[in-house]
Design a binder for this molecule. Structure first.
Ligand code: NDP
Length: 500
């Protein structure tokens, strides 16, 4: 170990990746670093394992996935403790995260056959003599690259759906959370001991890059927008399809008829849970003028009560030490440009912790409004009406989630948000609803995990037509006659020529 090691920052010792607690520096585990050849070897093994796994069929895979879910549920305290030790996440937050992941495994396992299995598709008059068949076949091997902030929820959101669809998975966890990644894979191997259907490869960004170039059938990436662009560029070389779940700067809108207590509670939780290190965390709030002062007062009262520290606190440490500088820069910049800290402020930054900070009247062009902060800070700005709120919420290139509090117009406003998801009168709830797709637009990425779309993301649509009768009007054949063509012209005009 080096003397200058910052707690939480991963280090390399004797060729192993050593993961440490951001709060105490205690070691959480050490793991072999994968070289490019190791990544390729893992993908080769996965290819064979994937064939075996696909051969189990939907029922066989459902059974194994449900057994994995059962093991994770029975050992929930152990996993939550590991997440707490390695990433600093409060145990309560870890438990909620695992619960959400369990629900996704359960739903994906139960619904894969219905959504992806072979089915007849109706044909139309134009090809009435044929039947249509559709199914979603696995890609073979899916590479999953995950971030550190939700080390169970995010990889499982891709991996469980990819596995249910019949793929093998090679998973590259963040260098900040390799122990949790390894634990998930080890538990899977207990219920699927026959083949390495779900493997992990450890290392830094280069290992993720190697996975993109390893010949996997698809890459499912969750992480920052900057890395998402590098992943897509690497995948472009071989036309490997990608699913990108990238960063966000989600907004909450508080309308005049909102329940302000509920809005403040959801705002504080949605913005500060996991110390604000949440892709779908509320980072900006636009409150309509009439309710602004009362809302801010409630937010400050609730956020000011939160405890910060290592064990048993509401907010844990900032997991990635370098993020502290980003949070500090955003707070300082907001204040330099005329914003006010009504809670916390520059002095709230006490590495490895940041205390809750609420900034108001922050210029829209400041870093705290424009960039992902990823800390326990909230920017609350005053707007004239909900139209201005929507305009400001939609002004950034990100478009992940969002939240709206209000009664009469809330759903309509949620629909106007340029984002992949929104919650009305709550925050972040769409993440736990397994039946709803999860994902963003613009700089927040594309593709979907969760729900039916999340299953289809991990299967190639395979379309098959089958003749069931002779064609009365030969069209797709050199046997057709000029008279047949004349009839086709007539039919085309009859069927499609009406209207303007
Ligand atoms: P990063 O983009 O830094 O890293 C994500 C993963 O990509 C890590 O495993 C990382 O490895 C790996 N990686 C780094 N460079 C490359 C590369 N060139 N090619 C392939 N893989 C690479 O994100 P963070 O881990 O810091 O996570 C935080 C970000 O994730 C935030 O922006 C957050 O909004 C976003 N996020 C998005 C979610 C969503 O669903 N939309 C959910 C959760 C988080 P290593 O760590 O070893 O460098």
């Amino acid at each position: 170990m080096t003397a200058v090691h910052v707690p939480g920052a991963p280090l390399i010792s004797e060729g192993l990746l050593v993961s440490t607690s951001p709060a105490t520096g205690a070691e959480a585990g050490r793991f072999p670093l994968a070289a490019e050849a190791d990544v390729r070897a893992a993908v080769d093994r996965a290819r064979e394992a994937g064939d075996w796994w696909a051969g189990l069929g939907f029922a066989g895979r459902r059974d194994r996935l449900q057994r994995w879910r059962g093991v994770l549920a029975r050992r929930i305290e152990e996993l939550a403790d590991l997440m707490h030790t390695e990433g600093g996440k409060p145990v309560g937050d870890a438990v909620v995260e695992i619960l959400t992941a369990l629900e996704h495994i359960d739903w994906a396992a139960r619904n894969a056959r219905r959504v992806l299995g072979p089915r007849r598709v109706r044909s139309r008059l134009i090809l009435a003599e044929f039947t249509g068949h559709l199914e979603y076949q696995p890609y073979g091997v899916v590479g999953v690259i995950g971030p550190w902030n939700y080390p169970v929820f995010t990889p499982i959101g891709s991996a469980a759906y990819a596995l249910a669809a019949g793929n093998a998975v090679v998973f590259k966890p963040s260098e900040y959370t390799p122990a949790v990644g390894q634990w998930l894979v080890d538990r899977f191997a207990e219920v699927v001991p026959e083949q390495p259907v779900f493997q992990v490869v450890h290392g830094f960004g280069a290992v993720g890059a190697a996975l993109c170039r390893s010949g996997v059938g698809k890459v499912a990436f969750t992480g920052s927008t900057a890395t998402a662009k590098r992943v897509m560029a690497a995948c472009a070389e071989s036309l490997t399809p990608v699913l990108l779940e990238a960063g966000g700067k989600d907004a909450m809108i508080v309308d005049t008829d909102a329940d302000l207590d509920a809005a403040a509670e959801a705002c504080v939780w949605g913005g500060l849970t996991n110390a604000g290190q949440t892709c779908i965390g509320i980072e900006r709030v636009y409150a309509v003028d009439q309710v602004f002062d009362a809302f801010v007062e409630k937010v400050v009262a609730k956020a000011g009560r939160l405890t910060v520290g290592a064990d048993g606190s509401d907010l844990g440490p900032i997991t990635m030490p370098s993020q502290i500088d980003v949070i500090r820069r955003h707070i300082d910049d907001a204040i330099d440009r005329g914003g006010r800290a009504v809670l916390g402020g520059p002095e709230a930054v006490q590495p490895p912790y940041v205390h809750p900070t609420v900034l108001v009247d922050v210029p829209e062009d400041s870093a705290a409004v424009q960039e992902e902060t990823f800390g326990p800070t909230l920017v609350v700005n005053r707007v004239r009406d909900v139209d201005e709120a929507v305009e400001r919420a939609n002004a950034l290139p990100y478009g992940l989630g969002g939240s709206v509090f209000g009664r009469a117009r809330a759903v309509a406003v949620a629909r106007r948000l340029r984002s992949g998801m929104a919650s009305v009168n709550s925050a972040l709830t769409f993440a736990g609803m397994s039946t709803l797709p999860f994902g963003g637009t613009g700089e927040s990425g594309f593709g979907r995990i969760h729900g039916e779309e999340g299953l289809r993301e991990f299967g190639r649509p395979k379309s098959v037509t089958r003749r069931r009768a002779r064609s009365l009007l030969p069209a797709m054949t050199f046997e057709r006659t000029p008279a047949d063509v004349a009839r086709i012209v007539k039919i085309a005009k009859l069927m499609y020529g009406r209207g303007r």
